[in-house]
Unconditional design. Structure first.
Length: 342
């Protein structure tokens, strides 16, 4: 009989000093916990190409993090913060709003940098957590000129020039994410060249990571959790690369949980692009991904549930216990692990 999991099953004790506040000096100098065997093996991330096989296909998320955190004030002078979640048409955006007292629709906000944002109302299907605004200038332009890197809530320093460079993958291409696909942050030109030299193919998908990736699960019954929605695309070239992979019998290596969610959403629905709110928990049947490169995730998070579904709950919890004992660095700027589908 399939075990029924509750939220408490995905909790673990994490010393605060293991939460990485800054990236490793070199991207590929991070540690890599090899969890593909019965016992964990401690490695360095640049070892990854040697753990893969010629003919494998590595799939990345090529989303680009935008400077989505914007500051401003209400007409009354009260300070506020916007975190842009999605850019719509006609200079409209969907954003989180942090403010002491929410202004009514129609209020024109004066934003740092000299542009304005008019509050149009709440954004539907988001439990009241998101709002729709119209900027008086192109949203991507004002974010690039006046925005701040949207660092995760557990990183305690204000964004810096280092964050602007390192909280972004070396192959970021399609702007729209407010959180980095963090497993891909470890890849540098040296690792990419080593993959190519070993005969390992590369492809990409796009999933614009939303701020909901950091939201905790609040319901003990996992079936009651409402997953946030994110936009994705699986390009035709990637679909063709996966078809060739299956013909030659290679393995699909997903870099990051966002890549997993994209590929499995496409496989389930047959839709190459659109919104996904897929929630992967133990018992899920994976159709596409064979190996997973991922960072270490927050306790009780949907990402802990996804990796447990992928590699097996007991195995993943053992790996996390090993990582804590061996002082691996956790979360967005932390170390990585390699998992095999159970």
């Amino acid at each position: 009989m399939q075990r029924t999991f509750t939220l408490g099953d995905f909790d673990f004790a994490l010393p605060p000093d293991l939460i990485a506040q800054h990236p490793a000096p070199e991207r590929s100098g991070s540690r890599l916990l090899d969890g593909t065997g019965d016992a964990p093996v401690d490695r360095i991330f640049r070892d990854l190409p040697l753990l893969l096989q010629p003919g494998d296909l590595v799939v990345f998320n090529d989303t680009k993090v935008v400077k989505a955190r914007l500051f401003g004030e209400k007409p009354t002078g009260g300070k506020l913060e916007l975190l842009v979640e999605r850019v719509l048409r006609d200079h409209e955006v969907v954003a989180h709003m942090k403010v002491s007292k929410k202004p009514p629709p129609g209020t024109v906000l004066r934003m740092d940098g000299g542009f304005t944002a008019t509050l149009l109302g709440r954004w539907p299907d988001a439990d009241g957590a998101l709002f729709r605004f119209r900027f008086d200038a192109d949203p991507y332009t004002v974010m690039e000129q006046h925005g701040h890197v949207p660092l995760p809530p557990y990183i305690e320093h204000a964004d810096t020039a280092q964050d602007e460079q390192r909280y972004q993958t070396v192959f970021a291409k399609n702007p729209g994410a407010v959180a980095a696909p963090t497993a891909a942050l470890h890849f540098d030109e040296g690792v990419l060249a080593a993959l190519e030299a070993r005969g390992i193919e590369r492809a990409s998908v796009t999933l614009h990571v939303g701020a909901g990736t950091f939201q905790p699960v609040k319901t003990e019954n996992l079936a009651e959790h409402r997953m946030h929605s994110e936009w994705y695309e699986v390009p035709r070239g990637t679909q063709d690369a996966i078809a060739r992979l299956r013909e030659r019998g290679g393995r699909l290596v997903a870099v990051g949980t966002t890549t997993v969610r994209t590929l499995e959403s496409w496989s389930l629905t047959g839709q190459a692009s659109g919104d996904t709110s897929i929630f992967i928990t133990p018992g899920f049947v994976f159709r596409e991904v064979d190996l997973l490169v991922t960072n270490f995730h927050l306790p009780k998070s949907t990402l802990m549930m996804l990796v447990s579904a992928f590699a097996g709950y007991e195995h993943v919890m053992d790996l996390y216990a090993h990582a804590v004992r061996e002082h691996y660095r956790f979360f967005s700027y932390g170390d990585a692990m390699l998992l095999q589908r159970c």
